[in-house]
Design a protein around this ligand. Structure first.
Ligand code: ZN
Ligand code: ZN
Length: 417
């Protein structure tokens, strides 16, 4: 077993897809020229991966969890804790956390879920909330603003459970809701307690925000006030073994999805922010590639992610998705060209498919390719849904990836004598 090898998992978010008539029956990955992705496939070993299980559409959070070897069936208790971590809040085991929107309401009716896409002043609003609501019924309240209209809320106290409905109605023109325990909640008492506290939180927030000077100013400027906070996506913070402790490798994360960054923080990986990495179509993919190469100096393992293919998939825009995939290709090409002589294994994958025809994540398997140190190459010549299906790696699930990577990196564990 070695301890000097390096590993990279490079994720094109939602990069997999389905054949499209307007692309002559090809997927966007197949239709786009991808010299670097094809090189990984040609020099390496290919296969298909079901991020969670066959036919199961995966969220970015659960997919990345599985790829890092943390079983989402066992450990995923809602996205809230990752969101809150991603915003920089302290999250402890047993906390119930939410992501929230600053929104505009008229009475109970939600007029604008993003409060006119508020950009400034939410820190001051969050501060006012934090000063005036420290606890509710013995449960500590932690609240912070994130970018634009986004925020996060943490409830800290005994016996809380996350299986509760959202306050956010998810549609404008509807009334905001009282949170209730979900049907069949595992811990009904804990869920009732959490729902009661979050409802009371929203009730107390209203008057604090309504008359806050930030909103007085917004009204004067003809903008909608951010006069409510709408929590959603509750999750109970679970105990996950830190990445380094689990694998004996110092891990870094260079990803464009807040939620996944939160997972990285959660696993005590080094979450590296890259200037120019916007998470959008204008992202600086070369800066991301450079950051991956830099991170390899100090780390054994790097997980990287470029978000934009997923955005185009949700928007159903095939040509735009192809341009996004070209960005992934340029980044991977730069990494392949500049990797130092250290033995390095690279895995190229998507975290799930986001087919333009579906406009959401689907349960289709994603193409994967491994190249570099410890890889036994096959005859596959290009990276794509069809070609990778013929590869030596066959069909795997996300939970197998870290074992496969560690084996290739000569860092695997032996089962038995
Ligand atoms: Zn994703
Ligand atoms: Zn998505």
């Amino acid at each position: 077993m070695r301890n000097d090898t390096k590993g990279i998992i490079f994720v094109g978010d939602g990069m997999g897809g389905r054949p499209m008539p307007q692309l002559d029956g090809m997927t966007t990955v197949e239709a786009q020229e991808t010299p670097a992705l094809d090189r990984v496939a040609r020099e390496g070993a290919c296969g298909l991966m079901d991020p969670i299980a066959r036919g199961m559409g995966a969220g970015s959070d659960t997919a990345h969890m599985a790829i890092l070897g943390y079983d989402p069936w066992e450990h995923y208790k809602g996205r809230g804790p990752f969101e809150a971590k991603g915003v920089g809040l302290d999250v402890r085991v047993g906390d119930v956390a939410f992501r929230c929107n600053f929104a505009t309401v008229d009475g109970r009716r939600v007029v604008d879920r993003r409060a006119d896409r508020i950009k400034h002043g939410t820190d001051a609003l969050a501060e006012a909330i934090s000063e005036q609501i420290e606890e509710i019924e013995g449960v500590q309240i932690v609240f912070a603003a994130s970018v634009e209209h986004r925020a996060a809320l943490v409830l800290r106290g005994e016996g809380l459970w996350h299986e509760i409905t959202d306050v956010d109605p998810h549609d404008e023109g509807k009334d905001y809701l009282d949170s209730h325990p979900e049907e069949g909640a595992q811990d009904l008492e804990g869920a009732e307690k959490a729902a009661g506290i979050v409802n009371e939180f929203v009730r107390q927030v209203r008057p604090i925000l309504e008359d806050h000077e930030v909103n007085v100013e917004r009204r004067r400027e003809g903008k909608k006030p951010a006069n409510i906070v709408l929590p959603r996506g509750a999750g109970t913070a679970v105990d996950l073994t830190p990445f380094e402790q689990r694998y004996g490798m110092r891990g870094a994360m260079i990803v464009e999805v807040d939620l996944v960054r939160g997972l990285g923080d959660y696993l005590d990986m080094d979450v590296i922010r890259v200037e120019g990495a916007t998470g959008g179509h204008d992202t600086d993919e070369m800066a991301i590639a450079e950051a991956v190469l830099d991170a390899l100096d100090e780390h054994d393992f790097v997980l990287a992610n470029i978000k934009c293919p997923d955005l185009s998939g949700h928007d159903g825009l095939a040509r735009e998705k192809m341009a996004a995939i070209a960005k992934v290709d340029r980044a991977v090409g730069h990494i392949m060209d500049h990797i130092a002589c250290t033995p390095t294994t690279l895995m190229l994958t998507a975290d799930h498919c986001t087919p333009c025809s579906v406009r959401n994540h689907s349960g289709d398997a994603v193409p994967v390719a491994f190249c570099g140190f410890g890889v036994r190459p096959d005859d596959v010549e290009s990276y794509g849904e069809r070609s990778c299906a013929k590869g030596i790696m066959g069909r795997m699930v996300g939970m197998e990836v870290m074992d496969i990577m560690r084996n290739m990196m000569d860092r695997g564990e032996k089962f038995g004598a």
